[in-house]
Ligand binder design. Structure first.
Ligand SMILES: [Zn+2]
Ligand SMILES: [Zn+2]
Length: 244
């Protein structure tokens, strides 16, 4: 393990502890923490640094993060960021009008002569990009690597994972994608042997609780106790859709 990755072991353990207390997915908790750090970072001194501003100019933000940045109340900071982002977009548009004419006559480059293609590519990059999502995902991948590294060495993680009911669907799928490439086969099998039963058990109990929740709508069951089913739907949404 790289020395650099050691700095991530504390946030990973903290996220598992918080997740156990909230019955939430630990990776959702990591993501939430990284998102709020990133909002502060984006509107902190970083936006006056040229390299950061070059990135926010190019990537912009997704609709959710524009909203969250606006809610942070730093109107001047966000206006400066938005101003140079719009200038960047305008430069792309201007470049497009410049290249339009020569491309029309460039018969031998006919394949790339569709004048809308560079405009589409450049604007699509800005439209699909988000400085905060990119930053969160980049650090989250480090956290997940660290989690894999810590797993066999830190039995507390398994205890906490049992308590929180495992990972949400999106993050379980993420684990399935990167785990086999990150861990050696025996470690991956050990990890899955521990986590798979937790995921399965969570689905089984949610299925049963939802079943009873639905059956409680039948007037014949009206007088029966709710058992664990009263909050089955929000719990299922959190387990499947992830925790905010
Ligand atoms: Zn999650
Ligand atoms: Zn975003």
């Amino acid at each position: 393990m790289l020395i650099k990755e050691h700095i991530y072991t504390i946030p990973v353990t903290d996220a598992f502890r918080t997740a156990a207390g909230e019955s939430a997915c630990p990776i959702c908790v990591m993501r939430r923490g990284l998102e709020s750090d990133s909002l502060v970072y984006t509107l902190g001194p970083s936006y006056m640094e040229d390299d950061t501003r070059a990135q926010t100019d190019k990537l912009g933000f997704c609709p959710e993060h524009w909203e969250k940045l606006y809610a942070c109340q730093n109107r001047l900071g966000l206006s400066l960021i938005m101003h140079t982002h719009i200038k960047y977009l305008s430069r792309i548009m201007d470049k497009q009008t410049d290249v339009k004419k020569p491309l029309k006559h460039a018969g031998m480059f006919a394949k790339s002569a569709d004048p809308s293609e560079p405009l589409y590519k450049s604007l699509n990059e800005a439209e699909c990009g988000c400085f905060i999502c990119a930053r969160v995902n980049r650090i989250l991948e480090r956290y997940i690597d660290t989690m894999f590294y810590m797993w066999p060495r830190t039995p507390e993680l398994l205890t906490l994972a049992r308590k929180c009911g495992g990972f949400c669907l999106a993050h379980f799928v993420m684990i399935l994608k990167i785990g086999p490439d990150t861990l050696k086969e025996s470690d991956w099998l050990e990890f899955m042997n521990a986590v798979f039963p937790i995921q399965r058990q969570t689905l089984e109990s949610l299925e049963a609780d939802l079943d009873w929740f639905i059956r409680k709508y039948d007037y014949r069951n009206a007088g029966e106790p709710w058992g664990n089913s009263k909050d089955a739907l929000p719990r299922a949404i959190k387990a499947i859709g992830g925790a905010l």
